[in-house]
Design a protein around this ligand. Structure first.
Ligand SMILES: [Mg+2]
Length: 279
């Protein structure tokens, strides 16, 4: 299993860009109004997400980098249950990759504060690292101007689905792993639709834009409110699938493992769980 996840709105409850905008424009109410004004055309597909992010960050003008970075890091509120989930990832040896359109250094610094051992400095946690792929910024020290350096040339500024496709291609080059390692994606926003479309298993924040879009587009997903819930679902799924692997070890080659993982994760709390296998 491989985990890929969005950050803002999925792991963190807050939006650091809005908080820095609040400092720039004088109040949180004004920042929220400005964000709505910038992002409404994005939702209506009259403006790209990339352009919207550029416009928001242009409003940081006049703020020095130290203040800006501190404001954004302080604004991050990570789901309190994510720490325990991180330990779960360690226990099952699954690496965790964060894919964000936001600033990677803000995410890195907030994770360093929240999970001090995550970088692998401690040998007990060295097998589970959280890596972060996100945008960066150029800061003009003399004029105090901010400019986004997007991850790629896509209209979103970061086409997250590319990372999942690349991971699957790597898995598929290994005959022993082909068709056996599900790619799991966690997200909440409109820019998570791409990766949700290519992931094997999707966890969408309940009631989020991603959740609604999954309904509209017929994408199967499991909704979640926090990572304690994810851990509960995955913990049960590991027990069930590992038992199946143990019981069916002589005909394991005939079992569609990814389909089995999907069935268990999407239905595990129902009484009528059936572990699907093709003969
Ligand atoms: Mg998000």
């Amino acid at each position: 299993m491989m985990f890929f996840s969005d950050f803002d709105g999925t792991i963190s409850h807050s939006d650091p860009v809005v908080e820095l905008l609040a400092l720039a424009v004088g109040s949180r109410a004004k920042a929220l109004a400005l964000t709505r004004e910038i992002m409404l055309p994005v939702a209506r597909q009259q403006r790209t997400y990339r352009e919207g992010f550029d416009l928001a960050v242009a409003n940081f003008a006049g703020i020095d980098e130290t203040t800006g970075l501190k404001t954004m890091v302080d604004a991050v509120h990570i789901d309190s249950t994510f720490s325990h989930f991180y330990d779960f990832c360690h226990s099952v040896h699954i690496p965790f990759v964060i894919l964000s359109s936001g600033f990677a250094n803000v995410i890195e610094k907030s994770l360093d504060l929240f999970l001090p051992n995550r970088s692998g400095a401690s040998t007990s946690r060295s097998s589970t690292k959280i890596s972060v792929v996100g945008s960066s910024y150029a800061h003009d020290k003399s004029q105090l101007l901010w400019k986004v350096r997007h991850v790629d040339d896509s209209p979103i500024g970061h086409d997250k689905s590319v990372h999942l496709v690349k991971a699957r291609n790597t898995i598929n080059t290994n005959v022993k792993l082909r068709g056996r390692v599900p790619i799991v994606y966690f997200g909440d926003g409109l820019n998570d639709i791409g990766p949700a479309e290519v992931a094997d298993i999707v966890f969408a924040k309940a009631g989020s834009s991603l959740d609604k879009q999954c309904t509209r587009r017929g994408i199967q997903r499991r909704t979640f409110r926090d990572f304690a819930e994810v851990e509960d679902v995955l913990g049960q799924a590991f027990l069930i699938v590992n038992k199946l692997i143990e019981d069916q070890s002589d005909r394991l080659r005939d079992i569609d493992l990814i389909r089995t993982w999907r069935d268990v994760i999407y239905t595990y709390d129902r009484a009528d769980i059936k572990v699907d296998s093709k003969m």
